[in-house]
Design a protein around this ligand. Structure first.
Ligand code: SF4
Length: 111
């Protein structure tokens, strides 16, 4: 491939994939970040933030995330398994399982 071709195609490809990723992540965020579960949690756990931890790790700088997640893992571990969040979820997400997965993910990343 000629340099002129590479200079033209590579940025165009990057823009294309960036748009694709953004569309993919936006749909994931819409599904899991509606926040309907939040007001129902008796432990006031930041549910969307914890269940989306892995996605957040892909999208945001680690320094920012370490700050955001301070205390959230501890708080999420106070889950009493009441299921109120799942009752309120319009997408029927297995939030309690997702919460445990989010906590495990964060523990491995935060040390
Ligand atoms: S199951 Fe856990 S996360 Fe869901 S509402 Fe109850 S305490 Fe909150």
């Amino acid at each position: 491939m000629l340099k002129a071709e590479r200079d033209y195609y590579y940025p165009a490809l990057l823009v294309f994939f960036h748009k694709k990723l953004k569309i993919k992540y936006n749909s994931l965020i819409q599904e899991q970040w509606c926040g309907y579960c939040q007001p129902n949690c008796p432990e006031e756990i930041d549910i969307p933030m914890v269940i989306n931890a892995e996605l957040m790790w892909k999208l945001w700088p680690k320094e920012t995330l370490l700050d955001w997640y301070k205390g959230k893992v501890e708080s999420a571990q106070n889950c009493v398994e009441c299921g109120e969040c799942e009752e309120a979820c319009p997408y029927n997400l297995p939030i309690r399982e997702m919460l445990v997965a989010g906590i495990d993910f964060l523990k491995t990343r935060m040390g």
